[in-house]
Write a protein that binds this ligand. Structure first.
Ligand code: KG4
Ligand code: ZN
Length: 344
């Protein structure tokens, strides 16, 4: 007997960076379980993610994380209809652990397998808490590895309107945090300390690029902060960490928000969904809500637990790929630089 799509049970698996995650989702939107094992404590010792250590930790944890996701959902492996796994972009070693686990399970349990693009997964995280959200809409994906302005045409088709020419927004947050002595992971720490600072204390540059009017560049603002820190040090002046953090954050979020609003207006989109780790940033959310209200554009974002890497978003997107006729065979591979729209 074939199931109705809304009854399909999807197991999602995510291991593209430093989170080993598995989740069970029903009908693409109803979360039955969500398990995330974060390696952050280990990588904090090194000031960033060490790919080889991440791969080894994923190998140690992946089976237990998958088993827990299934048992937390009060189901058994037999009840799972489809296995969805992140196959890129990300760190190739970590990705391979998830892909291999998913292929093994798919083969042994005779369940269909679906490969999911991690960036598409971040966008799909918005479907979970916004049951009425349907494409088309515009999405800004801001994470440690990506800054993309993407029109979601339907559940599986996208058009990219802007991307970063150099550093991703989260990467800039992490590098500046390290430089001002806040440590790893930088985004949440800058976000927190900025609440005590003046965002207009320093006028760090708002990035301009020669490319598309919607493209981003964050290496300029990062270098401006580093130059400012060096100059202060040479003059023997102490810096005000909250002011520097808040002014850097302001320079980044203004560009993210203004490019997104301009793109939405030009495309006639009145719905913007932000996604990815940096979408947790409270100043970014506030500025988006304010500008969205002024321009008549609805702004939505996932709860922080669905902004950071997780497997619920992979199960959601896996669901939409599966019901649209996509599945993978055992030749599915990890692709570190997988692009939006690449065939999987
Ligand atoms: O999406 P994600 O968990 O992993 C990637 O796919 O990269 O994003 C991680 C990034 C890191 O750069 C982290 O510093 C940043 O998201 N991040 C934040 C905040 N929370 C996480 N950046 C700014 N403000 C935050 N509250
Ligand atoms: Zn991510």
């Amino acid at each position: 007997m074939t199931k109705n799509p809304e009854d399909l049970i999807i197991l999602g698996i995510e291991s593209s960076c430093d989170e080993t995650a598995a989740a069970v989702v029903k009908g693409g939107r109803e979360v039955l379980s969500n398990v995330i094992y974060s390696q952050i404590d280990i990588h904090t010792l090194y000031g960033g993610v060490v790919p080889e250590i991440a791969s080894r930790k994923h190998i140690e944890k992946v089976d237990a994380v998958i088993k827990k996701a299934i048992s937390d959902s009060n189901l058994t492996l037999e009840d799972i209809d489809v296995i969805a796994v992140t196959c890129g972009p990300g760190l190739v070693g970590p990705l391979l652990v998830g892909v291999s686990a998913a292929k093994g399970l798919s083969y042994a349990a005779k369940k269909p397998l679906v490969g999911v693009n991690h960036i598409e997964g971040h966008i799909a995280a918005n479907y979970i808490e916004h049951p009425d959200l349907k494409p088309p809409f515009l999405s800004l994906v801001v994470s440690g590895g990506h800054t993309h302005l993407i029109q979601v045409k339907d559940y599986i088709n996208y058009e990219i309107y802007g991307f970063t020419r150099d550093d991703a927004a989260g990467e800039a947050f992490d590098k500046v945090a390290r430089a001002i002595g806040l440590g790893y992971p930088g985004g949440p720490k800058i976000n927190k300390v900025s609440k005590e600072g003046n965002p207009f204390a320093y006028d760090f540059p708002r990035a301009k690029t020669d490319g598309s009017q919607y493209d981003f560049s964050f290496s300029g603002v990062k270098s401006a902060v580093l130059n400012f820190l060096n100059a202060s040090k040479m003059k023997g002046e102490d810096i005000n960490v909250p002011d520097v953090a808040a002014s850097f954050q302001q320079a980044v979020i203004e560009v993210l928000v203004e490019h997104t609003i301009k793109c939405a207006k030009n495309l006639g989109e009145n719905m913007v969904a932000i996604a990815g780790g940096v979408a947790s940033n409270t100043a970014l959310r506030e500025l988006f809500l304010k500008r969205g209200k002024e321009e008549g554009i609805e702004i939505i974002y996932p709860s922080p637990v669905y902004c950071t890497d997780n497997a619920v978003m992979i199960a959601c997107q896996g669901y939409y790929r599966y019901i649209n006729g996509f599945s993978a065979d055992l030749s599915l591979n990890a692709t570190a630089n997988l692009k939006i729209g690449d065939s999987i």
